[in-house]
Design a protein around this ligand. Sequence first.
Ligand SMILES: Nc1ncnc2c1ncn2[C@@H]1O[C@H](COP(=O)(O)OP(=O)(O)OP(=O)(O)O)[C@@H](O)[C@H]1O
Length: 200
Amino acid sequence: MRLSGRGVACVRGGREVFSGLDFEAISGEAVAVVGRNGAGKTSLLRLIAGLLVPAGGTIALDGGDTELTLPEQCHYLGHRDALKPALSVAENLSFWADFLGGERRDATESLATVGLDHATHLPAGFLSAGQRRRLSLARLLTVRRPVWLLDEPTNALDVAGQDMFGGLMREHLGRGGMIIAATHGPLGIEARELRIGGTA
Ligand SMILES: Nc1ncnc2c1ncn2[C@@H]1O[C@H](COP(=O)(O)OP(=O)(O)OP(=O)(O)O)[C@@H](O)[C@H]1O
């Protein structure tokens, strides 16, 4: 599987953020998108996820499921955790599994893996920042998708959480998945750097 972008341009609010961007990721590979604040790291992830339309160029996935679009083969985890505070931990995960569709894995097991098995009935609004992030990560495990698009994924995770997440990323890559992560710090796994917008 190969994800590639050729001559990709991004315009937001009428202003060009970047243009002529080429990038590539293959199965089993992690790419760390780096660059200064406002360089367009989040925008690039949103372009790949189909949440923004490129102003130029093309983005394509070769060797994936031909019956599915690229966005349907991506998990997009934004830097804010998309959770409903009044729903419980288990209900939030169930919502995401329904929304994403496809084959669903055991949610209880996913919550145990991210260390939230003691909190399944707690409203998500009561979770700490790191626990909210862990709940978002459980989505990646409950519904399998080959392309993980992660925006500042280690934010708010403690050292044990970062280790746990490093293990999950390695497993995903070992299964032939790929990871594109926007980050200002170390991702915790070996990753090829994609710098956008010049030196930070
Ligand atoms: N909805 C929007 N309308 C107009 N401009 C936007 C919008 N969203 C983002 N931008 C602009 O697009 C540019 C790129 O933003 P983006 O969030 O992709 O940068 P980033 O590299 O992820 O930044 P950071 O490191 O601060 O997270 C910024 O100048 C931002 O102000």
